[in-house]
Design a protein around this ligand. Structure first.
Ligand code: FEO
Length: 168
């Protein structure tokens, strides 16, 4: 059984993961609109990852005998100043999600629920990867001044990213 407090916190996080999917799809759509198909693919794959994060938690709440309550999603930002600006927004969003996961872990610790603590560990580790991946791309974008042949090469490189769901 889940405590009411933990169930609410998990439901809030499910909402944030679905919003992340929606936000990255919006970024992907913007990138498609400026013919940056590789970057668009990167965020399309990112959106699939976020869907996976949300559903993993959705299924866990049910496994624990809890109740999932879906809430509405805010409208995501649709326009960006540049590819670099878009990635900076994405990294800022990931930092917000990292804080949210840490807060969720704090609730699990306070409620002394070991199974939730163990489950949330996966997200703690995942956030390190998510932030690192975006930080690396931002560094490259800064190196090439976010334009020219360098931008096209990076776009081409990110076009090959695919979604590979982890083995359970
Ligand atoms: Fe599910 Fe990108 O955090």
């Amino acid at each position: 059984m889940l405590s009411k407090k933990l169930q609410n916190a998990l439901n809030d996080q499910i909402n944030k993961e679905f919003f992340s999917e929606y936000f990255y799809l919006s970024m992907s759509a913007y990138l498609e609109s400026i013919e940056m198909e590789g970057f668009a693919n990167y965020f399309n794959v990112q959106a699939q990852e976020e869907h996976f994060h949300a559903m993993k938690m959705f299924n866990f709440v049910h496994d624990k005998g809890g109740r999932v309550i879906l809430k509405s999603l805010p409208e995501p930002k649709a326009d960006f100043k540049s590819v670099l600006n878009l990635f900076e927004d994405a990294l800022e969003h990931e930092r917000y999600i990292t804080k949210s996961i840490n807060d969720l872990m704090d609730v699990a610790i306070k409620e002394n629920d070991h199974s939730v603590k163990s489950f949330i560990e996966w997200y703690v580790d995942e956030q390190v990867e998510e932030e690192a991946s975006m930080t690396k791309i931002i560094s490259k974008l800064k190196l090439i001044n976010g334009e020219g042949l360098g931008l096209l090469t990076l776009d081409n490189e990110l076009g090959s990213r695919t979604f590979t769901p982890e083995a359970e």
